[in-house]
Design a protein around this ligand. Structure first.
Ligand code: HEM
Length: 393
């Protein structure tokens, strides 16, 4: 008989801030697919194994459309225009295609120098204010925020109009009312921004997009997706990644000693931490999967973080091993929705993490590890809320 998981856990095992919740690891041990009841009461499936998660992501019989989500006895509205994460082809391609060329490896390498400079400025400010800091506010949040703002052509001074709001979308600790207020405020800000770029185009991605056939509403949705995806994910990878390195001193020392390890180290941290933990898909027809039949109209939860800890795919999966050969992790997803910003994220993580550990050779936690304030499992993106650190001067 197939394993059943009744609700997704809301916390991780005490003392294991980097590991998926014990219930999910246990589900994976029982098999790659479990029966599951969605929060709203509808029956579904929970997929925890690497191969099955990957095959669902590559399978057009599974949809990302928001309005098809079948999790409770309520209607879910379709994604607003431009918010292509929750759409299928051909609509998805209408939004993604014009962006594709703006996030290539080559374009991102050109940005490297600018990212190095932004990082150096943050580290200077941190050193000047030290020898203690909250690594989240001093380092993890500003670097990706400045980068995505410059890329999109959003004035960084305006971040008060969206940064906290976007945080609150993904933190898992926001009431429905606050969510609606945050969403509305961000939409108003972005509508103004799109109008400003149309009137007065500058040298950035959003201005370039005003020359396409996309409507103002669509441009606003695209901007929201790029901001939301670009701010919180990378910020949490930087802070949680630093925490993980501080808890694994031999790995941290290896990274300091060998700059050539950076690329591999970034992939391993992405795999090990999998901050974008779960996504959903809905079956468009009956699909046989892992010996079960997923009925048409059923929504499945895909657990990227247990997939990235699958022992059938990764040797010693719970070990952070920066020398591990890249194993095709799913931290950026797979298939048509695979992360558009992955090359940008890789450059940011590589540049910022190596600069941090080299600039502060004695960097350490300023509180016991158990006291580090973690996001709950209800957050869409996992991470630390603050990371108090200190160093010798
Ligand atoms: C999609 C993770 C950084 C933009 C995704 C998906 C994942 C992901 C897992 C796929 C979602 C799914 O399967 O439905 C991450 C992680 C990041 C990161 C872990 C940081 C380390 C960024 C950045 C950008 C970005 C910096 C900025 C441009 C996007 C967009 C999508 C996406 C636009 C939607 C793609 C589509 O639906 O076609 N990301 N991301 N991401 N990401 Fe990222």
């Amino acid at each position: 008989s197939v394993h059943t998981v009744t609700t997704l856990p809301t916390v991780r095992q005490p003392g294991c801030p980097f590991d998926p919740p014990a219930e999910l690891l246990d589900a994976r041990r029982q098999g790659p697919i479990s029966r599951y009841t969605h929060l709203g009461g509808k029956p579904g499936w929970l997929i925890t194994g690497y191969d099955l998660v990957r095959s669902v992501l590559a399978d057009p019989r599974f949809s990302s459309r928001k309005e098809l989500l079948n999790v409770g006895d309520f209607e879910v509205p379709a994604a607003p225009p431009g918010e292509f994460l929750l759409t299928d082809e051909p609509l998805h391609g209408r939004y993604r295609k014009p962006l594709q060329g703006k996030f290539t490896v080559r374009r991102m390498r050109l940005l490297t120098e600018r990212i190095e400079q932004i990082t150096a400025d943050c580290l200077d400010a941190m050193a000047a204010a030290g020898p203690t800091a909250d690594l989240v506010t001093a380092f993890a949040k500003p670097i990706p925020a400045i980068v995505i703002c410059e890329l999109l052509g959003v004035p960084y001074e305006d971040r008060g109009s969206f940064q906290e709001q976007i945080d609150s979308f993904l933190s898992g600790e926001t009431s429905e009312e606050e969510l609606i207020a945050a969403y509305t405020a961000t939409q108003d800000y972005l509508a103004g921004l799109v109008a400003a770029k149309r009137a007065n185009p500058t040298d950035d991605v959003l201005s370039e997009l005003t020359h396409s056939d996309l409507t103002d509403e669509e441009l606003r949705g695209i901007s929201l997706i790029l901001l939301a995806a670009g701010l919180d994910t990378t910020a949490n990878m930087l802070a949680l990644g630093t925490f993980a390195l501080l808890q694994n001193p031999a790995q941290l020392a290896a990274l300091r000693a060998d700059p050539a390890l950076t690329g591999q180290a970034v992939e391993e941290l992405l795999r090990y931490l999998s901050v974008a933990k779960t996504f959903m898909r809905t079956a468009l027809e009956d699909v046989e999967l892992g010996g079960q039949t997923i009925e048409a109209g059923t929504t499945v939860v895909l657990s990227y973080n247990t997939a990235n800890r699958d022992p059938e795919r990764f040797t010693d999966p719970h070990l952070l091993d920066l020398r591990r050969q890249y194993g095709g992790h799913l931290a950026f997803g797979h298939g048509i929705h695979q992360c558009l910003g992955q090359q940008l994220a890789r450059v940011e993580l590589g540049v910022a993490l190596t600069a941090l550990v080299n600039r502060f050779p004695t960097l350490r936690l300023a509180v016991p590890a158990e006291e580090v304030d973690l996001r709950p499992e209800t957050a869409d993106i996992y991470g630390v809320k603050s990371l108090p650190v200190t160093w010798d001067v």
